[in-house]
Design a protein around this ligand. Structure first.
Ligand code: CA
Length: 224
């Protein structure tokens, strides 16, 4: 059973979310402000956080930053009425996995929750489930979120980790920009955006310039 923390102060939205999520078999807990959200995520186990940006006491973006800063790895979907692009980018750069703008259809949110839970969980029934991806001398530990290159541990923020994970899950495959946007950022990003190229640059800087090969006119491919 998946446990979802709803960080939202508007009771109308809370009851709408609780009702829908419970009907779909989720266990829900509600946090009504920023402090409660931080305490709950850092002290109990949740499989996913729905985070309103307009929370009392502290802004949701600050909550996000603190959670990621303290090592919380659970998937986080931002819920907000602020649909401007700056907040969207700030949320994603701050380590959110996805973004839903109010008002939203419950079915859409549910699909995004399920997608995030599927891609974040790797240890359900058996211990034999793969928790590490290895290509050449590069190891990605999906459980501890650690990256080890030639025996050396390298810290990667959430989005860079997801991007590398996408490549390592498809080691022989050339990935297009659209595929990477879809898998890592998980929603219709502006196709003119250069965010994929920027993040590929970050990975090359940290893991070596030859790690990812540019396939001209097509996309990118792991080069190990
Ligand atoms: Ca609010």
């Amino acid at each position: 059973m998946n446990r979802i923390l709803i960080a939202e102060d508007e009771s109308r939205i809370v009851s709408f979310l609780e009702k829908g999520l419970k009907a779909n078999g989720f266990v829900t807990t509600v946090a009504k402000d920023a402090d409660e959200t931080l305490n709950l995520v850092l002290s109990a186990h949740f499989d996913l956080l729905l985070l309103d940006l307009g929370l009392p006491k502290q802004d949701g973006l600050e909550v996000l930053e603190q959670l990621r800063g303290q090592g919380a790895t659970l998937p986080i979907i931002i819920l907000t009425a602020r649909d401007d692009i700056n907040n969207k980018v700030a949320g994603l750069e701050g380590g959110a996995d996805d973004y839903v703008t109010k008002p939203f259809r419950f079915e859409e949110l549910l699909a995004r929750i399920r997608l995030r839970l599927r891609t974040s969980q790797f240890q359900p029934e058996s211990n034999k489930v793969t928790t590490q991806l290895q290509v050449g001398n590069l190891i990605l530990d999906l459980r501890t979120r650690k990256v080890i290159l030639s025996g050396k541990e390298i810290d990667l923020p959430a989005k860079e980790f997801s991007l590398l994970e996408t490549f390592m899950s498809h080691p022989e495959q050339v990935m297009t920009r659209e595929q990477l946007l879809d898998r890592v950022w998980g929603f219709d990003y502006d196709p003119g955006s250069n965010i994929v190229d920027v993040y590929i640059g970050y990975l090359r800087k940290k893991l070596g310039s030859k790690l990812i090969r540019t396939v001209r006119g097509v996309g990118y491919c792991l080069n190990l």
